[in-house]
Design a protein around this ligand. Structure first.
Ligand code: NAD
Length: 476
């Protein structure tokens, strides 16, 4: 990993943190130290924001076609760098190698989508809304974006942040999670010769120092965070001082409603991926199954069987389906949630403990006997843990599904089109799947209701968030 640049990428140049301080980056599968990234301070962040502000004066005035061409090139170089990105992301984030390729492809697809979206922005038609005047709308870039990303999908989240911002004509300072900076630094290397200097800057470091400096910087016009609800609230509070725009993609606690007529094979197949992809460290992870009464026992068994069938192993092994969680701290957090649930009366049908051996592995787990008010039902665990509750009917299932602070994603499994449509309308979540759970497409918005945040990622709606509408009114 030593040939990856470890400094900050500012104004098209590699610049060490002024303090010389570094953060150690650890392989979650082995505990080995992989890399040392710059632990940036406020002055490093300031240099990056100044570079982004300078670049905005020209990038903000490029044509949509110029921005689209650059994003298409970026997608091409990302795709061409597949092997390297897979290696970095797999080691850094503890992801099985077989899974990471899909994420790199998704990142490239996202950049390609936003290349197209740059050229298809829409507004209301110009017209004479007052006699003797013509009114028209301009959709203008917001300016400098301070983007902060999480550790669970470092490269994909970088693409989700950079794509719509650059498409709109904004410039970006991106701070990856201190736990997983490597693929974002590689992305910065790949922009060399593709993006003009200063259009994308990458500054590494922790949330309290580098993140806070970025999200409160006076020249940052908008903050875009993907992270936990707590961080979202801290950023929204800090941003209120200067009334910066805020775009928040936060945590989730996705319910899965399984009705009596559901195809259990389909449920098990979907949740094998939907609940356990990325070791359950997914904001849309299917972690709260709520069944109708008649199918409960069979559903529990089918989901437990799917969990038991997962191949747990080294992330470097092509056959591995489930890798470790990100850190020792995260594994202890998962252990704590499960221990408290069991103390409260829950039973682990399968799993319910850490795996033996090195690395931060936790067994894929299915818990029953949990109350709606239990911590494990209400709070995001962010590990390979699924609870299954038995509801009396669809109305109670929807009430329980909606009965949490989060509102990111949900699903319903049934053959009854009417029940599926009713549930889709009643579920207060930004995405509702019917008879599946987890697939995303670049063309459709992803974002939360309630405390899962506001603002959409992906889709044309994301580009809108990085623009301001301006009314120009001309007197004849
Ligand atoms: P986190 O909130 O701990 O950190 C996210 C980022 O914010 C990191 O880069 C961190 O350094 C930074 N940060 C922390 N405190 C900060 C502060 N005070 N000011 C500025 N920046 C700060 O989240 P995480 O643990 O890295 O990621 C997991 C969380 O992200 C989960 O809650 C998950 O659901 C959520 N997530 C949401 C989505 C979505 O699309 N809604 C996608 C992926 C992850």
């Amino acid at each position: 990993m030593s040939d990856l640049r470890s400094e900050n990428y500012i104004g098209g140049a590699w610049v060490p943190a002024r303090s010389g301080a570094v953060d150690e980056v650890v392989d979650p599968a082995t505990g080995d130290v992989l890399f040392q990234a710059a632990a940036s301070g406020a002055d490093d962040v300031d240099a990056a924001v100044q570079a982004a502000a300078t670049a905005f004066t020209t990038w903000g005035r490029t044509t949509p076609a110029e921005r689209a061409t650059a994003l298409l090139k970026l997608a091409d170089v990302v795709e061409a760098d597949m092997d390297r990105l897979v290696e970095l992301e797999s080691r850094d984030a503890g992801k099985p190698v077989a899974a990471v390729g899909i994420e790199v492809e998704a990142a490239a697809d996202c950049l390609r989508f936003f290349a197209g979206a740059a050229r298809t922005m829409e507004t209301q038609g110009a017209g004479e809304y007052l006699e003797g005047y013509t009114s028209m709308l301009r959709r203008e870039p917001v300016g400098v974006i301070g983007s902060v990303s999480p550790w669970n999908y470092p490269l994909m989240m970088a693409a989700w942040k950079v794509g719509p911002a650059l498409a709109a004509g904004c410039t970006v300072v991106l701070k990856p999670s201190e736990l997983t900076p490597m693929s974002t630094l590689r992305l910065a290397e790949l922009t060399d010769g593709v993006l003009p200097a200063g259009v994308l800057n990458v500054v590494t470091g922790d949330g309290a120092t580098a993140g806070a400096a970025l999200t409160t910087h006076p020249l940052v016009d908008m903050v875009s965070l993907t992270g936990s609800v707590g961080t979202g609230k801290a950023i929204a509070r800090a941003a209120s001082d200067s009334l910066k725009r805020v775009h928040l993609e936060l945590g989730g606690k996705a319910p899965v409603i399984v009705l009596d007529d559901a195809d259990l094979e389909q449920v098990a197949e979907s949740l094998k991926v939907g609940s356990f992809w990325n070791a359950g460290q997914d904001c849309t992870a299917a972690c709260r199954v709520i069944t109708a009464p008649g199918i409960h026992e069979a559903a529990v068994e089918a989901i437990a069987e799917a969990a038991r069938s997962l191949v747990v192993g080294p992330t470097t092994d092509e056959a591995t389906e489930l890798g470790p969680v990100i850190s020792v701290r995260q594994r202890e957090r998962v252990e704590g949630f499960v221990a408290r649930a069991v103390d409260g009366g829950a039973t682990a049908v399968t799993g319910g403990r850490s795996a033996e051996g090195p690395g931060n592995y936790y067994e894929p787990s299915v818990l029953v006997g949990v109350e709606q008010g239990a911590e494990i039902v209400q709070q995001e665990v962010f590990g390979p843990v699924v609870t299954v509750q038995r509801a009396a009917d669809l109305a109670q299932a929807v009430e329980w599904a909606n009965g949490v602070d989060y509102g990111l994603a949900a699903s319903v499994f049934t053959k009854d089109v009417g029940a599926a449509m009713e549930a889709s309308a009643l579920l207060r979540f930004g995405t509702v799947w019917v008879n599946d759970h987890i697939p995303l497409v670049s063309e459709m918005p992803h974002g939360g209701f309630k405390q899962s945040g506001y603002g959409k990622d992906l889709s044309q709606y994301a580009v809108e968030h990085y623009t301001e509408l301006k009314h120009v009114m001309v007197k004849w």
